[in-house]
Ligand binder design. Structure first.
Ligand code: UD1
Length: 422
């Protein structure tokens, strides 16, 4: 298995281009199932998770082709052959469950394996299920698969309030509602930019949706959706990750295509720690001068709060800040697996349930560490950028799920980073 070796020390300088958002793209791709006409996505990221979704869509009978160096995804579902999302594909990635709503809306039935994905908590699907049931679907769990059936005449619009603003459940319910009869009002909906991006694309396909970006989304069902071409929004998590690279290693990096409005809560914390962040014409510039950063407390929350997907990377920065930082993880119950790995590098961290207390040390030291999930892996790479000596990160296949050309992008701003094939 491949490893990544990072040699710490040395400030960074230059530009890093930000790709299209993985999480937006993973929701946009199943939208193709809603229409017989082609859906084309531009600015698609080149990631293994996107390949997994492509494989899943193909297994259902969609045509899905990558063009122009992989950044354009041309899809067509004029000839859907199957309504079954098999375990062998779904287990690789939780976002596979996003085919449930569209299949149910278009074909009136869906059989979808319960997902696997990152090992960061139980991640059940009860909210997805209850939302679709409110629209008249009958859903039962048999042999690890959800068997879902729409009522005669198709799904019906409904008023449904989600118990928690789940991102995936919002996406599934909104997609299903675009083709339902009547009006659906989704209350306590998730407000993430990826949901706004999905709704923008669905509107381009002819859907009638209002209120996305707020916690109440209203969808007026239509008879059919048509084709569209849609550019995927930039990846705010990739942006935040690369903003942390100069914040940790020192120097100045401009993240090209970055949008500060998408990472406001995160940027505020960087600022409070002593990192300079500014919007430029081309993106976001981050600079760190000499001296130590200050500790800050962080609590993860649904958007527009501090993203759980940047918690591990933020912890990597706080390991060497002056003072004690308290990080509270409120979205997933088991998302501190990077903490023991950072401790192998000399960090002083204590974890109790959903709270991690980080006492800043002067410096981390390189060590062999193991990636446990996507964001945890990249936090170890970031920590390695400023650590003394060599950090060897194994199990890097997690990284390839979410960061395209990571070594190339960090290498281009002066990081000493290489991938060793194994
Ligand atoms: C999405 C993102 C993921 C991010 C997460 C939270 C994608 C592909 N992934 O995941 O990167 O970390 O949002 O911002 O977009 N829950 C339930 N029942 C449900 C659904 C969720 O209890 O039916 C719980 C989960 O266990 C978790 C929390 O709600 O504790 C958040 O999950 P959710 O918002 O659904 O995240 P995902 O859509 O899976």
């Amino acid at each position: 298995m491949d490893k990544i070796i990072v040699t710490g020390g040395g400030a960074l300088s230059g530009e890093i281009p930000i790709a299209g958002a993985k999480n937006a793209c993973l929701a946009l791709m199943p939208a193709t199932l809603l229409s017989e006409e082609p859906l084309t996505l531009t600015n698609a990221p080149r990631l293994s998770d996107i390949n997994t979704m492509t494989e899943l869509l193909r297994s259902l009978g969609c045509e899905a082709t990558r063009l122009q160096d992989g950044q354009v995804l041309a899809m067509s579902s004029h000839n859907l052959e199957s309504h079954v999302a098999e375990y062998d594909i779904v287990r690789k990635m939780r976002a596979s469950n996003l085919v449930l709503g569209p299949l149910l809306a278009r074909l009136g039935r869906a059989v979808v394996s319960l997902p696997g994905g990152c090992a960061i908590g139980a991640r059940p699907m009860d909210i997805h299920i209850h939302g679709l049931e409110a629209m008249g679907a009958e859903i039962e769990l048999k042999d690890g698969y959800l068997h879902a059936k729409a009522p005669p005449g198709g799904l019906r619009g409904a008023v449904y309030e989600m118990g928690f603003a789940s991102v995936g459940a919002t996406e599934n319910i909104v997609m299903a509602a675009t083709l339902a009869r009547g009006t659906t009002v989704l209350k306590n909906a998730a407000r993430e930019p990826e949901i706004v991006d999905l709704c923008t694309c669905l509107r381009a396909m002819g859907a009638e949706i209002e209120g996305d970006g707020s916690s109440e989304i209203t969808i007026e069902g239509v008879d059919r959706l048509h084709g569209a071409t849609h550019p995927v929004v930039i990846d705010r998590i990739e942006l935040g990750t690369y903003m942390l690279a100069p914040a940790i290693a020192g120097g100045e990096v401009e993240c090209i295509g970055g949008r500060l409005d998408l990472v406001a809560a995160f940027a505020e914390k960087l600022d409070a720690a002593g990192v300079s962040v500014e919007e430029t014409e081309r993106g976001v510039r981050v600079r760190r001068g000499g001296g130590r950063l200050s500790a800050v407390d962080v609590t993860t929350a649904p958007y527009p709060g501090f993203p759980t997907d940047l918690q591990a990377q933020m912890m990597a920065m706080l390991c060497t800040a002056e003072g004690t930082s308290v990080l509270e993880e409120r979205i997933f119950e088991n998302r501190f697996m990077h903490a023991p790995e950072l401790m192998r590098m000399g960090a002083d961290i204590e974890v109790h349930g959903g709270t991690a207390t980080v006492r800043g040390v002067e410096r981390l030291r390189g060590a062999p560490v193991m990636a446990t999930d996507l964001r945890a892996s990249v936090s170890l790479i970031l920590a390695g950028l400023a650590a003394e000596g060599e950090t060897v990160v194994s199990r890097v296949y997690h990284l390839d799920r979410g960061y395209e050309h990571l070594e190339r992008k960090l290498g281009a701003v002066g990081a000493k980073i290489e991938r060793v094939k194994g």
